[in-house]
Design a protein around this ligand. Structure first.
Ligand code: 8YV
Length: 316
């Protein structure tokens, strides 16, 4: 008799790479099993998108031994509830730093140089003659970037901004001793950073402290020529306040990889703004990074199921 594979519930549909790493190792249980109540045998919980994992959900899995998240951000998981039940939570830090920082710079460049507007115009019947005075953007080199959250991803953004010849300000709970010598990055209070940055880039985790960190008050501090870029989580920004800010010209533009809610309702005003560049949460979405995330998250899952220490465990 072949040994029975451990039952793992996952939200999905999972992509082929994740399925490839899981093949022959676990018995996958579809997420809608939650509707039928047959959850007693489940030993692993694999979060692929961002399903809410709270104590009520965890109480449905008396045999649960591991929660493995495909991604670094775990704001959708109640870490305290997991800790109280002795269930380790794995995630995928570091391997996505470069891809996410690249995406932050992509949004800085696309907003500053009006790339999407330009693309639309270059394809349209309106582009019949070159006009040197048309569609002027703002410089990236020489501009000031303000990075909120100089963690693993924020540091990669600083490295790139340094290469672009930008002046770098950052805000973090604690200043980093080597940030100045590595990238010339200077710690500022949040209001000070908001007042001085041409590009305010969000790369902090979503926590109760950072929820709606960028609200009306914060947006009113920013320069009317400034751009807000968000590669963190939608909830760090108050979407209503941002919509008003962009409409009324408190700030110039925004580049949003993430939004709250996500996706925005299809009739949301922001979708029609020319001064907004949007991406459907593509921060880590490269072939190489997503493969590495699949491998690490499935390794965490298998280690947890085997009762072994995880490769990367979230510390509560
Ligand atoms: C993932 C992310 O694509 O790692 C994160 O926190 O937001 C993204 O890189 C996402 O978690 C997968 O759903």
């Amino acid at each position: 008799m072949p040994e029975e594979l451990p039952a793992v519930i996952a939200d999905g549909p999972l992509d082929d790479t994740v399925l490839e790493f899981m093949a022959g190792q676990v018995s996958l249980v579809p997420w809608d099993t939650l509707d039928t109540g047959l959850t007693l045998q489940i030993e692993g919980l694999y979060t692929y998108g961002h399903p809410r994992v709270d104590s009520a959900l965890l109480d449905r899995f008396p045999k649960l031994r591991i929660i493995s998240n495909y991604g670094v951000g775990v704001d959708h998981i109640d870490l305290r509830a997991a800790e109280e039940r002795g269930i380790p939570v794995g995630n995928t830090p570091d391997i996505l730093n470069g891809a996410t920082a690249d995406q932050a710079m992509t949004l800085v460049l696309a907003t500053g140089r009006r790339l999407i507007e330009g693309d639309g115009y270059a394809r349209s019947p309106d582009f019949t003659a070159y006009d040197p005075g048309h569609m002027l953007g703002r410089e990236i080199h020489g501009a000031t970037i303000g990075i909120i959250g100089l963690g693993r991803i924020g540091q990669e953004i600083a490295k790139r901004a340094h290469g672009f010849g930008m002046t770098i300000l950052y805000h973090n709970r604690r200043p980093r001793a080597d940030a100045q010598s590595l990238w010339g990055a200077v710690w500022r209070t949040l209001p000070d950073l908001l007042e001085h940055a041409d590009y305010v880039v969000l790369s902090c985790p979503l926590t109760p402290e950072t929820h709606h960190l960028i609200d009306e008050k914060a947006l009113r501090l920013m320069k009317p020529t400034a751009t807000l870029v968000n590669v963190a989580r939608g909830g760090v920004v108050d979407t209503d306040a941002l919509t008003t800010a962009l409409k009324e010209g408190w700030i110039q533009s925004a580049g949003l990889d993430v939004t709250e809610p996500e996706p925005l309702p299809r009739n949301h005003e922001l979708l029609n703004f020319k001064n907004v560049v949007l991406a459907p949460h593509l921060g880590s979405a490269t072939v190489q990074t997503r493969r590495a995330m699949a491998q690490l998250s499935v390794s965490n899952l298998l280690h947890g199921l085997a009762g072994q220490p995880l490769i990367r465990q979230v510390r509560y």
